[in-house]
Design a protein around this ligand. Sequence first.
Ligand code: HEC
Length: 202
Amino acid sequence: MKSSCLALGASALMMLALSGPARSADAAAPKPDAQRGAELMQQQMSQMSPELVERAKALSPETRQFLMHVVLRHERRSDTLTLVQVMQEILAEYQTVGAAIATDNGPMAADAARRLALHRLPRGGMLPYLPLEKVTDAGLAVLPAMEMAVEGNATRLAEAADKGDMVGAASYYGAVTSGCVACHAHFRGQPGASAYVPRLRK
Ligand code: HEC
C-alpha cells in the first residue's frame, strides 16, 4: 500500500477500512460521510471470503471510492438477502413502473421508480455475487455507467412522471431497461441457473 494514498482524505479512510479496524469515534456525534462509508465497507469486508478480500484490497482508491459512494447512497442494507433476492425486488419495482406508465398513473410510476433507484443492498455488498475474475479495476469500471443508466434514468423517469409526462417516462423506461441488459451482459452468467447445478452456471 503506497503511503501517498494515505494523504487522500476519503480514500485514506478507505485504506484504513481495508487494512484494519476503523478508528473508534464518539458514537453520539454524527459521523462524516467518509468515516461512515469506511465503516460500512469494513462491515462488508467482514462478510467476504479471504480470496475476495485480497481482490478488494488490490482495487484502486478510485474504484473503492465509487463502492463507498454506492454503500452510502443506498440506505437500505440487508444483513441476510442475497443479490438475486434484491434483484427480484428490483424487478418487482420495474414491473410496477411499467404497469403505472401503461395506465397513466404518474404517482405510482414515480414512487416505484424512486424505490428502484434507491434499491436495497444485499448482504456483503455487490462484490461477493460477481465472478471473482471481474473483481478488478477493469472489471468494475463499468459500474458508474450502469448506475447512470439504471438509477439516473429511474430518477429522471420519476421526475417526468411527477409532471404527468408519461411519454417522457416511457422513454426513460427504455433507457433503464438498457441498463439492466448491459449489466447482466457484463456480470451475470446463465440467468436463473441453480447453485446446486454448477455446470449450468457457465
Ligand atoms: C450493477 C449490475 C446490474 C444491474 C444494473 C442490474 N442487474 Fe440484475 N443482476 C445482476 C447480477 C450480477 C445478477 C446475478 C446474481 C447472482 O446470480 O447471484 C443479476 C440477476 C438478476 C435477476 C435474477 C434472475 C436472473 O435472471 O439471474 C433479476 C430478476 C434481475 N437481475 C433483474 C434486474 C433488473 C429488472 C434490472 C434493471 C432495472 C437489473 N437487474 C439491473 C447485476 C445487475
